[in-house]
Design a protein around this ligand. Structure first.
Ligand SMILES: [Zn+2]
Length: 413
């Protein structure tokens, strides 16, 4: 173990708690044997050399497998953030494009789909099914009301220009029947309490996006702790449950200072952000005292500005992969960029397609966090709140091709 993962370790992330199999009783030793047999799925990753399979979930999810320097901001990155106010106007986007292309090559994760940990989880159950001679097996559904996957829309509001565009994004999402969360920066531009109240009234959510959005939050533990106090103040004032760090800077140990129910600063895989890497999972997981809801669809600036895509096809392809595996499609789209050119129409095309997909649970991040906690506590039926019991999407099938989730029966929308 190369970073202090002990405070981050949670038994709730272990494969047996993740799957919550029904109808068979498997003890921990049998799980560990199955996990050891499934480790070949993790080939090519630092975690593949882990001696104790019980450490795999923690080493993968916390990114500990990438070593003790993984979350450290190098001096060139710090200089970049120190000079950013001057650079922004001239060199920022080309610097980022250059830098991102460079580090994308060095990132050990696949992108935009990184399926090795997902295959490890499936193969682990496959080995158990094989041992028990089973071709079908039930597990606690990942999502409530028989839904096949979760769709979570979030927005980081980086400047006053993005703030002034929030209502347009809200109106567009309402038109397609969606709700989302908006993360505001407390000490950069004025945040109007009427806007926050209006968002909540319309069924949207408000979260905190760093403190000043200057890239300095993670310069040192002392800086982070000082700033975390201010962030906690705004979390209380705004009645927010969630946080996302600017630039997806992150350090799961330091972040334990935040009084949050969930964070959403970790990707499943993202070679294009300043800290290239990811948690390799398309489901929520426990990260110390809070839940992590990893963003699993690429950022709109990666898709629209770096890759220069003019349609939402890359989002839709990834969402299809996530739907097949019963995961959580979580998008962060910045109003600051959506307001530019045709970007909003690309986002609208995505919403229109997503609205047509059956079996989607469009939930606010705080609702997803609440559900996942209840499911992990074995209260999935209770948390469902519909008292109709668990329907659909809760079976695994094993055949010659391996193990897969069976398609949910069509769900009335
Ligand atoms: Zn931001």
């Amino acid at each position: 173990m190369t970073i202090e993962t002990a405070p981050l370790h949670s038994e709730l992330n272990q494969p047996w708690n993740f799957w919550q199999l029904r109808g068979i009783s498997v003890d921990e030793a049998e799980w560990v044997t199955a996990m050891a047999a499934a480790m070949s799925c993790l080939k090519g990753l630092p975690v593949a050399s882990t001696a104790d399979p019980r450490q795999i979930a923690t080493d993968v999810l916390t990114e500990a497998q990438f070593g003790s320097q993984h979350f450290r901001l190098s001096w060139d990155k710090r200089l970049y953030y120190l000079g950013r106010p001057i650079l922004r106007r001239f060199a920022s986007s080309s610097f980022r494009r250059h830098y991102r292309a460079h580090q994308a090559k060095a990132c050990p994760l696949s992108w935009p789909v990184e399926d090795r940990y997902i295959r490890f989880l499936l193969a682990t159950v496959g080995h158990l099914m094989q041992q028990c001679g089973l071709s079908r097996l039930e597990y606690a559904p990942f999502w409530p009301a028989g839904n096949r996957f979760a769709l979570v829309l979030t927005h980081d509001v980086d400047t006053h220009r993005g703030r002034d565009f929030v209502r347009e994004v809200v109106a567009l999402e309402e038109q397609y029947g969606f709700r989302s969360s908006f993360n505001f920066v407390p000490e950069l531009y004025s945040v109007d309490h009427r806007l926050l109240g209006e968002l909540r009234e319309r069924g949207f959510e408000v979260g905190v996006h760093g403190l000043k959005h200057d890239g300095h939050d993670f310069f040192s533990r002392a800086v982070f702790e000082r700033r975390a106090k201010r962030v906690n103040h705004y979390l209380r004032e705004w009645e927010s449950a969630g946080f996302r760090a600017p630039f997806t800077h992150r350090n799961p140990v330091w972040m334990q200072e935040l009084q949050i129910d969930y964070d959403s600063s970790f990707p499943d895989t993202d070679p294009y952000e300043p800290i290239a890497g990811g948690s390799m999972t398309i489901w929520p997981f426990f990260l110390g005292r809070f839940l992590e809801l990893p963003y699993t669809l690429m950022m709109e600036h990666t898709m629209m500005l770096i890759l220069r895509e003019r349609t939402p096809r890359l989002w839709l392809q990834k969402m299809d992969f996530i739907r097949q595996h019963g995961g959580m499609a979580l998008l962060n789209a910045h109003p600051d960029n959506l307001r530019i050119g045709a970007n909003l129409s690309i986002y609208e095309a995505f919403l229109a397609e997503a609205a047509r997909l059956p079996g989607r649970w469009n939930a606010l991040p705080r609702e997803v966090a609440r559900w996942w906690r209840a499911r992990s506590a074995g209260n999935a039926a209770f948390a469902d709140g519909e008292s109709e019991g668990i329907r659909g999407a809760s079976q695994l099938v094993r055949d010659d091709a391996g193990v897969r989730l069976v398609d949910a029966s069509p769900i009335a929308q």
